[in-house]
Design a binder for this molecule. Structure first.
Ligand SMILES: Cc1cc2nc3c(=O)[nH]c(=O)nc-3n(C[C@H](O)[C@H](O)[C@H](O)COP(=O)(O)OP(=O)(O)OC[C@H]3O[C@@H](n4cnc5c(N)ncnc54)[C@H](O)[C@@H]3O)c2cc1C
Length: 495
């Protein structure tokens, strides 16, 4: 049977686009993420206009709403070795970057009609944490919930991350949460009917300085106490795990074969679909603009589509949480930090684990589609909500990656993008009640590991919210700790 292809790189057909529309994904950014069109070698050059025309023909969107997706540099496939040859001024912080993501989405994409005037729970932010919480509330019978998302699903860090999931952490709390999350991820397809492509190829951490080597050794012992089979590898063993890996300068290597990688986008669709099926309203292109407060409680959430009176509000706005909290007069210590990331053309499977050089913040893995996906922190990156992509990043990353895997120089980068880590002073999240505003619940500050923590944290939070039973997670990680000086420092941070 012949099929009408729209995107030949990714084998996306006219029927796939129609299916996405039928599922409610009607704007170009959402259809791109739901079908994968435009993510292959041509980066949308051949298929974007065809999809736009199809959406117009299907009357999926008002004509003004059919806006092209943001083109991703380097715009044409470019070899890592060429990118690595660009000079970088390491004395200057990175600035700007292209494309700068717009902070406002076209008003024409906003759904028609008002939001509900009342809900028991309003969740601000349709990232993985907000959606996972809503889904877990529904499992416990609480479906009078509205999730508000100012853009499309996947617009925030949840649609921009590296998909790494690991149990190798420096604190007992994170080890246990990650273990539970990975267990839930393994059941995601069965429970929610969508494949999230979990591949447990392990995580291999490399230390190039003595201090980091000692941290890896100390943490491996802690992992073992929690039943996580992390082990320190000799350099020869590490070479067996990742053939071709350069171990020059390596002082220690730790490896847990049960860590892995997932594909983030289907998670959000899976949670959102399950929420909607349960009767929860997930409202995209709907921005929270303020709160009405009285007597130490939030009474109403104001949006650009009307006000919602509520009993409980959950702040799950990721890197935007401080700016949303400010609308309620609450000051959060989180800071947004841009992290850049890229993806290459697909290669045959050859790389089992996600590899990270903890000292430099370099990390890379191979996705189920065969792409090398990786990023690298930049110590000079200033705080701020910036999602632009820089030549500086792609050059620094290409150099660092080809130092570790010299055979990859000829591999081409297809696209790069950026998202924001939501960084707290101790690298641990902010959870639970807000002092002084009892019904405003915090669910933010997940730095660079919120994706892998979301299933387990959301499960605990839904239980805590619906039973009222105390849970140390929501007292230990409360906002109060910053005033009381009781920080909960996590040291296994990549980047
Ligand atoms: C480059 C990069 C790599 C990463 N790698 C990993 C990894 O390998 N593993 C891992 O576990 N984690 C990783 N992370 C971190 C992870 O992506 C985040 O911790 C997680 O996605 C946070 O989820 P969230 O729901 O809190 O935030 P988000 O996904 O950012 O969701 C918050 C949402 O709130 C919305 N919002 C903001 N303001 C408003 C408003 N006024 N009204 C309504 N909605 C609003 C935003 O549009 C956004 O969609 C990475 C992050 C980045 C940037």
């Amino acid at each position: 049977m012949s099929k009408a292809l729209v995107c030949s790189c990714e084998d996306v057909t006219v029927e796939d686009i129609r299916h996405a529309v039928a599922k409610g994904f009607r704007d170009v950014e959402s259809v791109k993420r739901f079908t994968g069109f435009g993510t292959g070698v041509c980066q949308g050059k051949s298929c974007l206009s065809a999809v736009g025309a199809l959406l117009a023909r299907e009357k999926a969107q008002k004509p003004e709403g059919i806006v092209p997706f943001t083109p991703r540099p380097p715009l044409y496939p470019t070899e890592l070795s060429l990118l690595a040859s660009f000079p970088v001024d390491e004395s200057k912080p990175p600035v700007g970057g292209v494309p700068q993501e717009l902070d406002t989405f076209p008003a024409t994409l906003r759904p028609e009609g008002a939001v509900p005037t009342r809900a028991r729970v309003v969740i601000v932010g349709g990232g993985v944490l907000g959606l996972a919480l809503a889904y877990n509330l529904s499992l416990r019978g609480e479906t009078d919930v509205v999730v508000l998302e100012r853009g499309y699903l996947c617009a925030g860090a949840s649609g921009r991350n590296g998909g790494g999931v690991r149990m190798q952490w420096g604190t007992a709390a994170n080890i246990e949460l990650a273990k539970r999350s990975i267990e839930l991820m393994g059941r995601f397809a069965r429970d929610l009917g969508i494949n999230v492509w979990l591949r447990q190829g392990g995580y291999l951490f490399m230390a190039k300085t003595k201090a980091v080597a000692e941290r890896l050794e100390r943490n491996a012992a802690l992992h073992n106490k929690h039943g996580v089979p992390t082990r320190m590898l000799t350099l020869d063993e590490a070479r067996d795990v990742v053939p071709g890996l350069s171990l020059e300068g390596a002082q220690a290597v730790s490896y847990n074969p049960e860590d892995g990688v997932i594909f983030p986008w289907p998670f959000l669709w899976g949670y959102a679909n399950a929420c909607r099926k349960a009767g929860i309203q997930v409202e995209t292109y709907t921005r929270v603009t303020g709160f009405e407060l009285s007597d130490g409680l939030v009474r109403k959430v104001k949006t650009d589509r009307g006000d919602i009176s509520c009993d409980t509000v959950v702040l799950a706005s990721g890197a935007w949480s401080p700016e949303v909290a400010k609308l309620a007069g609450v000051s959060l210590p989180n800071e947004p930090h841009r992290h850049e990331i890229l993806s290459t053309e697909p290669l045959k499977p050859f790389l089992g684990p996600l590899v990270s050089v903890l000292d430099s913040g370099l990390y890379f893995s191979q996705s189920m589609r065969g792409e090398i996906v990786g990023g690298m922190g930049d110590p000079l990156e200033p705080a701020g909500l910036n999602m632009g992509s820089t030549l500086r990043f792609v050059s620094r990353f290409a150099r660092a990656l080809t130092e570790q895997l010299p055979n990859l120089g000829h591999v081409k980068v297809l696209r790069q993008w950026a998202g924001c880590y939501d960084v707290t002073p101790d690298n641990s999240p902010i959870l639970g009640r807000t002092p002084g505003l009892e019904n405003l619940l915090q669910l933010s500050g997940f730095v660079g590991h919120g994706f892998m923590m979301a299933p387990a944290v959301a499960e605990r939070m839904a239980q805590w919210m619906t039973t009222g039973a105390s849970d140390e997670l929501f007292t230990r990680f409360n906002l109060r700790r910053f005033q009381e000086g009781k920080l909960e420092r996590e040291d296994m941070i990549i980047g």
